[in-house]
Ligand binder design. Structure first.
Ligand SMILES: [Zn+2]
Length: 391
């Protein structure tokens, strides 16, 4: 809890204190490495993961990637490892995907913090997509190679420390994950109407995670539009729903082997139960939800929504929002992919069916240039505020 003692925030604290926590189970992370006289390869850090690795005398590293459990329900083959040289050396790495294909172009970092895509000349995907070959010259310092840049709980902790200094924002623990990691929530001052933003149900979906932070930071900014917006709407942000999966380097699941985006309604997992408790408390307090956004990543940038005819509203929210945003961003590729409501227990279907509100899966393309995400996302945030204020 932040230091604010504003009574308007107190009701929120009480609202959150009514839950019970499930028992915490702990699994020791696997310590995985391979080495020769020139280098050490390991995945013993948060987000690090491979199934196995071996290295020969010629510094040829072989890494095998498998999903956290069987069968893989989604082709998101995460990999993240570090090569620590004992002496400057040329390395050839072959990553083999036994249950998938090379979806992610490798990102490289020399400090585990700043990342860039590996140069096109340094990596090659085989024709069948089953292997990714990387050639690198490694000097003195360790090199991290990862399917996407590592965006770990420490990223969210830094962000939440910044959010907690905002005079209108309360940050709190909503509850815990299976392994006992905090599920944090940030919320602006209570209003009769609210929007809720969810993130990181799926660990590898980094481009969506980066967009979410920029989106939220735009909503809580000092612009007249954002101030106006917050005077009518409360903003609820739960950006890291699956911290265990993120730390363990999972493709998809939480620590119980469950896809959290198939648990909205059943609520069998502590991560989703935390949000369900919050929603029940909001219903008891008669706080009205007006919009749900759930940030993800996939091959291209798009909104997944219900088909417009299924909504009671005469104007489809996502269609208008996207067309206004695209007008200001004619070069930013972004589509709308409405689908009939299914009985799949994802967040989009749950929020639409229960509250009859626009409930949108907000997908960023895996490899969209991060500078373009930074430039485009504030426009999407501004246009959603305008649209909600019109209603
Ligand atoms: Zn996803």
């Amino acid at each position: 809890m932040s230091i604010h003692s504003n009574h308007r925030l107190l009701s929120f604290a009480i609202l959150l204190a009514t839950g019970t926590f499930s028992a915490c189970t702990t699994m020791a992370p696997a310590t995985q490495y391979c080495e020769n006289s020139n280098l050490l390869v390991d995945s013993s850090f948060d987000g690090g993961n491979f199934f196995s690795c071996s290295v020969g005398d010629e510094n040829d590293v072989s890494i095998v990637i498998r999903p956290e459990d069987e069968p893989p329900i989604n082709q998101s083959p995460w990999y993240s490892f570090r090569i620590s040289p004992k002496t400057a050396t040329d390395v050839r790495i072959v990553i083999s995907f036994t249950d998938g294909f090379a979806r992610y172009w490798p990102k490289v970092s020399f400090d585990g913090e700043d990342w860039s895509p590996l140069a096109a000349t340094s990596a090659r995907v085989s024709e069948d997509g089953r292997t990714l070959s990387i050639s690198l010259r490694i000097e003195q310092a360790p090199v991290w190679i990862s399917a996407q840049e590592l965006v770990l709980p420490s990223f969210y902790e830094r962000w939440f420390r910044a959010l907690a200094t905002h005079p209108e924002v309360v940050t709190q623990n909503l509850g815990r994950s299976v392994q006992g990691r905090p599920i944090q929530i940030a919320k602006t001052e209570s209003r009769a109407e609210s929007i809720i933003l969810l993130g990181r149900q799926h660990p590898p979906e980094i481009s969506g995670a980066l967009a979410m932070k920029i989106f939220v930071d735009t909503l809580i900014s000092d612009t007249p539009l954002a101030i106006d917006f917050r005077s009518r709407f409360s903003i609820i942000v739960i950006p890291l729903i699956n911290p265990d999966g993120v730390v363990l380097g999972h493709w998809r699941h939480n620590a119980n082997g469950v896809d959290l985006n198939r648990d909205w309604g059943p609520f069998t997992q502590p991560e989703t139960q935390n949000v369900a408790r919050l929603l029940s408390a909001m219903e008891r307090m008669n706080l009205k939800l007006r919009l749900m956004l759930d940030f993800h990543s996939t091959k291209s940038s798009l909104f997944y929504t219900q088909i417009p005819d299924e909504s009671d509203s005469s104007v489809d929210f996502a269609t208008v929002w996207l067309s206004r945003s695209r007008k200001r961003l004619p070069d930013f590729e972004f589509e709308h992919d409405p689908r009939p409501t299914s009985d799949q227990a994802n967040a989009k279907n749950f929020f639409f069916n229960r509250y009859g509100i626009p409930a949108i899966t907000y997908e960023l393309g895996d490899e969209v240039n991060r500078k373009d995400i930074a430039a485009a996302t504030p426009v999407f945030a501004e246009e959603v505020m305008r649209l909600l204020l019109e209603r």
